[in-house]
Design a protein around this ligand. Sequence first.
Ligand code: ARG
Length: 435
Amino acid sequence: MTAFVKSLVETRSHRPARSGCPVNGHENGQVNGQVNGQVNGQVNGQANGQANGRVVAPAQRSASPDTEPVCVPVDVADAQAFLEQFYAETAPFEPFEARLREVRAEIAETGSYEHTPQELTFGARVAWRNSARCIGRLYWQGLRVRDRRQLSAPQDVAEECAEHLRLTTRGGQIRSTITVFAPDRPGRPGPRIHNEQLIRYAGYRRSGGIVHGDPRNVDFTDRVTALGWQPPTPPGRFDLLPLMISGPATRAELFEIPRDAVLEVTLRHPEYAQFADLQLRWHAVPAISNMPLVIGGVRYSAAPFNGWYLNTEIGARNLADADRYDLLPVIAELLGLDTSSVRTLWRDRALVELTRAVQYSFDAAGVRMADHHTESERFLSHVANEQKAGRSCPADWSWIVPPLSGGLTPVFHRYYDKPDPAVRPAFLSPGAPVV
Ligand code: ARG
């Protein structure tokens, strides 16, 4: 295994950015922007680390100061509000007053406190329940929480990310999972995973503004390339990007995701055999990796989580959007559609067939995938459940309504409680200010 010799110092600025929704991940109203910003470092010379099989770019000592904003102490009021919610919704063994005293004392002494495993699990599940953009929230209580708070070294984080993928994928029987790494503590940030998702495809800039691969990831591809990542030769349209992870010491390091941790589905159409000639594929697991999880004032910046895909995320967005794989003209040609005017509805027809191919291929491969009709019904059951439990269920209409056949789904025909950005526990947008 070759050890690449370049390493780069990555400044951790907190950039405003968009990300996919925890479970749905599309937004009808706006074009998704690039998640990652520019590289703020420079090549630093030779690295002498030994690659252990997974390391692409070993750590490199750097003279640059840590630019991470110092993590601030936990606000006792945030901790208390969380404990109150935890005790109101569950029946913990330890009496509330005792636990509150303990937490207060720990904050006074260290500026932070450690959640019990039960608090962590509850907090992560409620953060999902609070995700206003997610249509898949009916399953919030089924989230599996992997407690890896003892880990912050990039290599350990990378290995556990791969293990997360293996455990969640299960040959296609995907289950919702989150792995929680060391939190930020006063003066000591926890690790950061710079990738938007654990599995993403590279996007290579070509002349004339053309992109080979996924245009969403061109900036990130530039960043990892500057850090020493070497794309496969020749570069493909579905090349797996390496993980880019910083530990508390701030240097970003790269790690290839082991192939056995990544399940992909090759796409074909139930009727058009030529569809397979397009050699399209997509990964089975959407695992968001750059949204900090905040529970009771404690911020877990590295807490990758996944659900399973909804057909339209891939068929009606990732492969269809003009600023993504932009495949509708290709599909239309394959189907022999009249593309002379938008009024022939060729784009609409291509969109349906593309989404059909995605659904068909995932189903045939035995890989769990939701469809927008069923998931819309289920979301409304979730809203009803929440009402029964005496809670409101804020939701963002433009993210909940599917990007295909919106009006055919019941979620289209109503409004929802307005999301409150201050609600906690929550998954924050990447780049949100330090709590
Ligand atoms: N929309 C994102 C994507 O296509 C994924 C967002 C999360 N989706 C999910 N079903 N959990 O990759």
